[in-house]
Design a protein around this ligand. Structure first.
Ligand code: MLC
Ligand code: AMP
Length: 505
């Protein structure tokens, strides 16, 4: 038994039909994808990958990259996908922390990463945006037959890094059962069938694009229009061939700002799903007015995959994330006392179910603080559950910015800014942004008698930080506003700077 490989990969053996449609209209059948996963599984084993070993990937979105994920499942390896925007400094941290046996990267990153992987005896393979590179050279001579390695439901299938309020990234450990139970629930509640064709333009290094979109479509035995990234032009080109689409709110606001996105273009569609960041009620309404479709909003996180969803039938209520998925329990508690609150009261959202992760990689103490004794995971999101059971996310207890669906923890950026020359301290906040929902802005205090410029701060940060984390604007103050406990008043800073930021956009 290998729960995920049995459920997602083995069924490909009987799929002579197309499973993936690329942006250049070339098609891959299920059998072709299956054989490719067998070849990659053999390549991984040849490099010493054993069950439980980590295999890291930082590459563009290609069929080979997707096959690498499926090959990891077959070999019993733990898949570790990494955002393509991560800098070599960030990559070094992840590789050092996860200690993978194999890293697959873009040829452009090879020189930088090899310094580190060579020292640590890690095999580095390359894969570029058209599927070429040293991994491909090894695929060409590899056998296609491969016997799946046995795994139990509790064994790890993936580690996904998520940043935290301390500024240090943590690897969320997801088991076969976590991912399979979630894919099964979503197939059921969103009614995915073999007739579905999903328009896929999300990255495949996060929960949304990989474990929601890909796992669900493989489980349902549907087809996937596999676009390299989100582009309004490509969405408009491929929509007529799709039945369904999943995206972050930015996808939908960008589509709405294009006149070609019409009722006629979308009339055949079965489902539009949104998540990873709050969908504004006004976007929900504008989408319905334009297309006649109500977007189905759901809520999840890296540690839990999906927790709640608006109903397929029944009211998809704007401003809410719907009901807990089958088998998932949700409750709202008092942040300080942990007491369970009644309907409509606002508190911290806690969840429990087969979807909830196994803990943070090599951080047992941190893991313990995030769970209640009865097994509920403390999400850090502030929520309200109404008398009908609809969950609404009304805020965040964690200091977190969500920009275009990417999570950014201010602490990580503040640490870097505070280390810059002439800087005394800083506060990083999220300001409303018409495209990304929220944008990162920094407020900096210089050492007395010294100065720096916004440009210097931004340029320095780009060296170590992924570009989506870099502040879109930097403002200066003589001191940061603090309460009597000495805590920086970020709400005050947001009120002070968001208008100036918006005016300058
Ligand atoms: C790109 N940039 C961003 C950004 N994406 N800045 C802030 N936030 C982002 N999300 C930077 C670019 O590097 C560039 O910087 C500038 O902004 C403009 O880039 P662009 O060309 O407009 O961006 P684009 O490439 O189109 O990307 C935007 C996007 C992308 C929204 C399509 O960010 C995206 O695919 N987001 C999806 C994220 C996602 O999958 N989240 C799921 C997480 S899972 P410069 O300096 O070069 O000009 C999760 C759990 C759950 O949260 O519940 O699902
Ligand atoms: P991540 O850690 O990247 O997986 O992001 C998870 C976080 O994204 C959650 O804790 C929420 O704060 C947020 N999130 C995901 N989906 C939604 C949604 N539909 N509405 C509001 N916030 C969301």
């Amino acid at each position: 038994m290998n729960p995920l490989a049995d459920a997602l990969v083995t069924p490909l053996t009987s799929r002579e039909d197309t499973i993936l449609i690329r942006h250049d209209a070339t098609e891959i059948s299920g059998v072709e994808l299956y054989l490719l996963t067998g070849q990659i599984a053999n390549v991984l084993q040849n490099h010493g990958v054993e069950p439980g070993h980590r295999v890291a990937m930082q590459t563009e979105k290609t069929v080979e990259a997707l096959a690498l994920y499926l090959a990891c499942l077959r070999t019993g390896a733990v898949f570790l996908p990494l955002n393509t925007a991560y800098t070599p400094t960030e990559m070094e941290y992840f590789i050092d922390n996860a200690k993978p046996t194999v890293v697959v990267c873009d040829p452009k990153s090879e020189a930088n990463l090899s310094k580190f992987t060579n020292l640590n005896g890690i095999k580095l393979l390359t894969l570029d945006s058209v599927g070429k590179g040293s991994l491909n050279e090894e695929i060409l001579t590899a056998e296609t037959t491969f016997t799946n390695v046995a795994r139990s439901p509790e064994d790890l299938a993936a580690i996904l890094y998520t940043s935290g309020t301390t500024g240090r990234s943590k690897g969320a450990m997801l088991s076969h059962d976590n991912l399979l139970s979630n894919a099964d629930s979503l197939c059921e509640v969103w009614r995915f069938t073999p007739n579905d064709v999903l328009l896929h333009s999300l990255p495949i290094f996060h929960v949304h694009g990989l474990f929601v979109a890909i796992n669900v479509l493989l489980r349902a035995q549907g087809k996937i229009i596999f676009l390299p990234k989100f582009s309004v032009d490509q969405i408009i080109e491929f929509l007529p061939k799709a039945t369904s689409m999943m995206g972050v709110p930015t996808f939908y606001t960008r589509l709405l700002s294009d006149v070609r996105f019409t009722k006629n273009l979308t009339k055949h569609m079965r489902l539009f799903v949104s998540g990873s960041a709050p969908l504004l009620s006004e976007t929900h309404r504008a989408f319905e007015t334009r297309t006649g479709h109500r977007i189905l909003e759901r809520y999840g996180m890296t540690e839990t995959t999906m927790n709640t969803s608006n109903p397929y039938d029944g009211e998809r209520r704007a401003g809410t994330v719907g009901f807990p998925l089958p088998g998932v329990e949700a409750r709202v508690t008092d942040e300080k006392t942990g007491a369970i609150l009644k309907s409509n009261e606002i508190g911290i959202l806690e969840v429990r179910g087969p979807n909830v992760f196994k803990g943070y990689w090599r951080m047992p103490e941190k893991t313990k603080t995030e769970f209640r004794d009865d097994g509920f995971f403390i999400t850090g999101d502030i929520a309200q559950i109404d008398s009908e059971g609809y969950v609404a996310i009304v805020g965040r207890a964690k200091d977190l910015i969500i920009s275009g669906g990417y999570n950014i923890y201010p602490k990580e950026i503040e640490i870097k800014i505070d280390a810059l020359e002439n800087v005394m301290e800083s506060a990083v906040i999220g300001a409303p942004h018409p495209d990304f929902g929220e944008a990162v802005i920094a407020v900096v205090v210089c050492v007395e008698g010294k100065t720096t410029t916004a440009e210097k701060v931004q340029t320095a940060l780009q060296v170590d930080l992924a570009n989506f984390k870099c502040p879109k604007a930097v403002f200066f103050l003589n001191e940061l506003p603090r309460n009597t406990m000495g805590k920086v008043q970020k709400n005050g800073l947001r009120n002070q700077f968001e208008k100036t930021f918006q005016k300058n956009q």
